[in-house]
Design a binder for this molecule. Structure first.
Ligand code: OGA
Ligand code: NI
Length: 197
C-alpha cells in the first residue's frame, strides 16, 4: 500500500495531479458500486448543490449529478473497509508531507446519462477546510464514446481523465480548475475531500 501511496504523491508533486489506476481493488470497487446502486434505488440520493450548507444552491445549469454521503453509522462492511484505506492514506500523507489533515468526507456520486459538472474549483469561497480532492471511479468497461471524462485545466496543459474502475484522481482543492464532461452512460464514483480545522 505504501508503494501505491508513494507513487501517487510523486505524481502529485510533479504534475499537481496524482493518478493511481488501481487505488480501489476490483472487489472493493464492485461492492461500493453495489452500495451505490442499492442506495439510489432506495431514493437515498439527492441532487448535489454548488455551495456549502450555509449557501447551498442547486444549480442544474452548473452540475447535474446526485450524491449520497458515506457514513460509519451505516455499519456497512465495505464502507468500513473504504474508511480504513482512507485512514491509512491520511496517516501516510500526514507523516510524509506534514499535511495536518484532521478529517475527511466522502459521498457516492451518480451522473445519470446526460449529466455534467461545469468548470469549478472545489474549495468553497467562505470555507477553506477542504484541502485535497479525491475522486475514485466505479465504472467497469468504460468506452471512449461514453464521454464523462474529467478535464483538468492547468496553465500549459489540459488533461482528460477517463473515469475507469478503481482509478483515483488526487489534487489540491483550491488549486486546479476542472470539469466533468457530459456523460453518455451512467457514471459512478466516490468523491471526497481531506480537510483541516
Ligand atoms: C467534483 C468533481 C470530478 C469527477 O465532484 O467536485 O469535480 O471526475 N468531480 O467526478
Ligand atoms: Ni470538483
Amino acid at each position: 500500500m505504501e508503494q501505491l501511496f508513494e507513487a501517487l504523491i510523486t505524481d502529485f508533486i510533479r504534475d499537481k495531479v496524482g493518478i493511481a489506476e488501481h487505488f480501489l481493488s476490483p472487489e472493493l470497487a464492485f461492492h461500493l458500486k453495489e452500495n451505490l446502486i442499492t442506495a439510489f434505488a432506495e431514493n437515498k440520493f439527492h441532487e448535489a448543490g454548488t455551495g456549502n450548507s450555509a449557501a447551498v444552491h442547486q444549480d442544474q445549469n452548473n452540475r447535474s449529478d446526485s450524491i449520497y454521503w458515506l457514513d460509519r453509522s451505516h455499519n456497512n462492511a465495505f464502507e468500513h473497509e473504504f474508511f480504513k484505506l482512507m485512514d491509512a492514506f491520511v496517516l501516510f500523507l500526514n507523516t510524509t508531507c506534514y499535511t495536518g489533515i484532521t478529517d475527511y468526507e466522502f459521498h457516492y456520486t451518480l451522473y445519470e446519462k446526460g449529466s455534467f459538472y461545469k468548470k469549478h474549483f472545489d474549495q468553497f469561497r467562505n470555507n477553506d477546510c477542504r484541502q485535497y480532492s479525491m475522486i475514485m471511479y466505479l465504472n467497469t468497461n468504460w468506452q471512449k464514446t461514453d464521454g464523462g471524462e474529467l478535464c483538468i485545466y492547468q496553465e500549459k496543459a489540459q488533461q482528460r481523465i477517463s473515469p475507469e474502475n478503481g482509478k483515483l484522481v488526487f489534487f489540491k482543492s483550491n488549486e486546479l480548475l476542472h470539469e466533468v464532461l457530459k456523460t453518455n452512460v451512467p457514471r459512478m464514483s466516490i468523491t471526497g475531500w481531506l480537510k483541516t480545522g
